[in-house]
Design a protein around this ligand. Structure first.
Ligand SMILES: Cc1cc2nc3c(=O)[nH]c(=O)nc-3n(C[C@H](O)[C@H](O)[C@H](O)COP(=O)(O)OP(=O)(O)OC[C@H]3O[C@@H](n4cnc5c(N)ncnc54)[C@H](O)[C@@H]3O)c2cc1C
Length: 451
């Protein structure tokens, strides 16, 4: 505990996210340029920060004032850069050997569905278009015919959990995707596919329009916070907020403020989005207008076909890098875009004339023991960070739980999150860097057919 925390690093988001760029119009919020006060300050406007904001604004009573500080623009950070899979099932299920504990997996599924219901009800309340929060399920797909065992194991695990699924043949995969590349697939109906930047911007706008005590400040990174008597004073470049409490919702940047030092792993992954496919190009490949595929090997390629008013496009994601500095160069994004091109051409040799319109990278935060960085970290300061790569659901849950904790409520989500271990210590920095990147390269090599 300390009386003063300052941000050693601020977020840098490499490349232009297609999800935000294709949106027609997005709301604009002011930069903080005054000294104001609020009951609670939320630092970070992603899934976690905005879910916390909604819960606090709706459940905290009409007198409770909230200020949200976002370093960048709402929807421009990782929350508007991801592939949009809001998954109900534990992701690790697709591993080779399932030694998971059925009851804790069932609990996780139930809680992920709490997060999904939160998104569905926000979508209804704020009248988001259907493609924004699309309950269409996902396919876990295998490229390699010899890799059928991944999905067979996955199916057995789902049987044990009593979850529904269907197996898809290569013909089924061709009929859905218009690509001959896939050998088989396993469809689960419970995943929600988000247009992530649209969901995030509409969530922010919905709360902001309905709750006058909720204020958003963009391009207003929290640079430091200091305890002054019973309050915290959070400073930005041109202003400050004096508040009773703080919710830190910055994912890996918790470490930039000095929390969980040497316990958080900062990883980037990369994506590209095509230009809209013409009617002719769509006909040429056939297949369905919208679907989402995760790879049967986690190091493989995630791919979606989206159908929104902004066009029918394909979004492809692969490539990982471990970057403790939390920054990657534009050249890195360009290199990964080349790898996306190869993956895309393998799947759609008939579409080699379709260019990528956007390529970008985004930060994720993992802990070695796959636990969140959640709970009180100082007097009236709550951390709701480290989403372990699945922040659409886990960030939503952490945000709701942080708000409930701030209101001194006791909920099953708080119990679940606070009962987890703290993120475990990492090896020394250089070893970590070399070890993690070597492991990534090795795993990518092993998964090369799925890339
Ligand atoms: C390419 C890609 C694909 C992915 N695909 C998926 C997927 O399909 N499904 C899934 O569940 N997850 C996916 N993820 C991960 C997911 O995006 C993250 O887990 C999620 O965004 C975390 O949510 P969050 O709100 O906790 O943090 P973030 O989304 O990182 O939001 C934190 C916010 O805090 C802001 N911030 C940081 N420091 C400060 C400061 N000092 N002051 C003010 N603001 C600050 C940042 O600008 C940022 O907007 C993917 C990520 C990437 C990059």
């Amino acid at each position: 505990m300390s009386d003063y925390y300052s941000a050693k690093r601020l977020p840098v988001d490499p490349g232009q996210t297609g999800w935000l760029s294709i949106l027609d119009r997005v709301p604009f919020y002011p930069t903080l340029e005054q000294n104001i006060s609020a009951d609670w300050v939320i630092i970070g406007g992603g899934f976690t920060g905005l879910s916390a904001a909604k819960q606090l604004a709706y459940k905290g009573g009409s007198g409770l004032s909230i200020a949200l500080l976002e370093a960048s623009q709402i929807g421009a950070g990782p929350a508007g850069r991801n592939s949009g899979f809001m998954i109900d099932l534990p992701h690790a299920l697709s591993g080779d050997s399932y030694v998971g504990d059925l009851s804790s997996d069932r609990e996780l599924i139930r809680l992920n569905r709490v997060a999904q219901r939160f998104a569905i009800s926000a979508a209804e309340e704020y009248q988001m278009p259907d493609h924004c929060v699309d309950r269409c399920g996902k396919i876990n797909a295998s490229v390699d015919h010899n890799n059928q065992h991944h999905n067979d194991i996955y199916a057995k695990q789902l049987d044990q959990l009593g979850e529904t699924y269907s197996m898809l043949s290569s013909d089924d995969m061709l009929a859905i995707t218009g690509s001959e590349y896939y050998a088989n697939g396993l469809y689960t109906p419970g995943t929600i596919l988000l247009q992530p930047a649209e969901y995030i911007t509409r969530l922010a706008q919905g709360i902001h329009q309905r709750k006058s005590q909720f204020r958003i400040f963009e391009r207003s990174p929290a640079l430091s916070f200091t305890r002054v008597g019973k309050h915290w004073v959070i400073k930005t470049q041109h202003g400050s907020v004096t508040a009773e409490g703080i919710i830190i919702a910055v994912n890996g940047h918790a470490e930039s403020f000095g929390f969980y030092e040497n316990r958080l792993m900062h990883v980037f992954t990369y994506a590209s989005m095509t230009k809209p496919l013409s009617a002719f190009q769509q006909k040429k490949i056939g297949g369905e207008a919208r679907w989402g595929i995760t790879p049967s090997d986690p190091m493989g390629t995630t791919i979606r076909r989206i159908n929104t008013p902004e066009g029918n496009r394909i979004v492809i994601r692969n490539g990982w890098s471990f970057d403790p500095s939390m920054q990657v160069s534009p050249a890195r994004v360009e290199n990964y875009a080349k790898s996306h091109r190869i993956s895309f051409d393998r799947r759609y040799p008939a579409l080699t004339d379709v260019d990528f319109e956007y390529s970008w990278g985004g930060r994720l935060c993992l802990s070695r023991n796959t636990v969140p960085a959640f709970g009180w970290v100082d007097k009236n300061v709550i951390s709701a960070c480290c989403q372990n790569g699945l922040g659409t659901a886990t960030g939503t849950l952490a945000g709701i739980a942080a708000a409930d904790l701030a209101m001194n409520r006791n909920t099953e989500v708080i119990t679940y999150l606070t009962n987890q271990d703290t993120p475990s210590k990492l090896p020394p920095r250089l070893l970590r860097y070399i070890g993690a990147n070597a492991t990534i390269k090795f795993k990518e090599f092993r998964a090369r057919k799925e890339i």
